[in-house]
Design a protein. Structure first.
Length: 321
């Protein structure tokens, strides 16, 4: 008998008879910590962008609040994806660690609750930034980010199932995260923040692309039309290479003004192998390694770029709030 697809996002998934109790390790795996560098990198870059404009004036607490927004939003969207993909049946057949919902380890409503808990933490941190900066219009930006995070795979017409996931991560984990961090420091966005935002967004797209290349066959069978499914494996690999390597153009641009940022080219020692792996193999285990290398490499690149921008501008003055 043909396997029936589930399209109702509120339908409880078929479970695998919960053969063991859920553990803390399962919840940590559900948070997908390997994606967290994508939350750290844009905040680091946005902070560095601000420092180049007002050397020595560091709003540390605002910076930490921006980091909390990014990290909680990333974890929230990861749990939201676990829930939504699980109840749709997209994760019934997959490679890699079992998902909390799709693997039948946790009741779907609990996973959904954890997702909204982290969205709530992101909202609280964002509200703090709004109050400190008195820029109340930022509430709309925060609300839009949470809505976009949920409807990536949630709701009746998730845009992640229509091949628009890369657009979401490019905007919110690239442009918005970098420019937003810089804005909460300066109350305006310096021009270099947009360049850094594009670079951070491209890295985020690269991570999503290699993840979807790993799951391409399963996603196609489940009706999840990711960009990788839409353009095919070969074009997806080319796209990954472009997403992963184009940020280094920003390094070349910046080193003309900030020579120390040239050391960020050493991140190619991490990103390069990921590109080689992705272009030469379809093995899921290898693509998982490429995903991890790309995620870590993006953070290494961001830290070196930030250091190269900040070090020439360090002065003793510190503004805590």
């Amino acid at each position: 008998m043909a396997k029936q697809k589930r399209s109702n996002p509120t339908q409880k998934p078929r479970t695998k008879a919960n053969s063991r109790p859920v553990t803390a390790k399962d919840w940590i795996e559900g948070a997908r910590l390997r994606t967290l560098p994508l939350a750290f990198a844009p905040v680091v870059l946005g902070f560095a962008s601000a420092v180049t404009v007002t050397p020595g004036e560091f709003h540390w607490v605002r910076g930490l609040a921006a980091l909390a927004v990014a990290v909680c939003l990333q974890i929230g969207v990861n749990f939201a994806n676990d829930y939504s993909d699980g109840v749709r049946g997209t994760d019934d057949v997959r490679v890699g660690p079992a998902r909390l919902t799709g693997g039948g380890l946790v009741e779907p409503k609990r996973v959904r609750g954890v997702a909204f808990f982290f969205f709530g933490l992101a909202a609280v941190a964002g509200l703090f930034l709004v109050v400190r900066t008195e820029q109340w219009w930022l509430l709309a930006v925060g609300a839009l980010a949470i809505i976009a995070a949920w409807f990536y795979t949630g709701g009746k017409r998730p845009y992640g199932y229509a091949g628009l996931g890369e657009l979401f991560v490019f905007i919110f984990f690239g442009l918005v995260a970098v420019a937003g961090t810089a804005y909460t420091q300066l109350l305006f966005v310096p021009s270099n923040a947009w360049v850094l935002g594009v670079a951070a967004g491209l890295f985020a797209c690269a991570v999503l692309m290699v993840n979807n290349l790993r799951d391409l066959d399963q996603d196609r069978a489940a009706g999840k039309r990711t960009l990788a499914v839409r353009i095919g494996r070969r074009a997806g690999k080319i796209g990954f290479g472009l997403f992963a390597l184009l940020p280094f153009v920003a390094t070349v641009m910046f080193l003309l003004v900030y020579p120390l940022t040239g050391f960020a080219l050493f991140a190619l020692l991490i990103i390069g192998p990921a590109v080689v792996i992705t272009s030469t193999t379809d093995a899921p285990r290898d693509l998982i390694l490429a995903l991890k290398l790309t995620s870590i490499g993006s953070l290494v690149w961001a830290i070196i770029m930030a250091a190269g921008m900040i070090i020439p501008n360090i002065t003793p003055a510190v503004t805590p709030f």
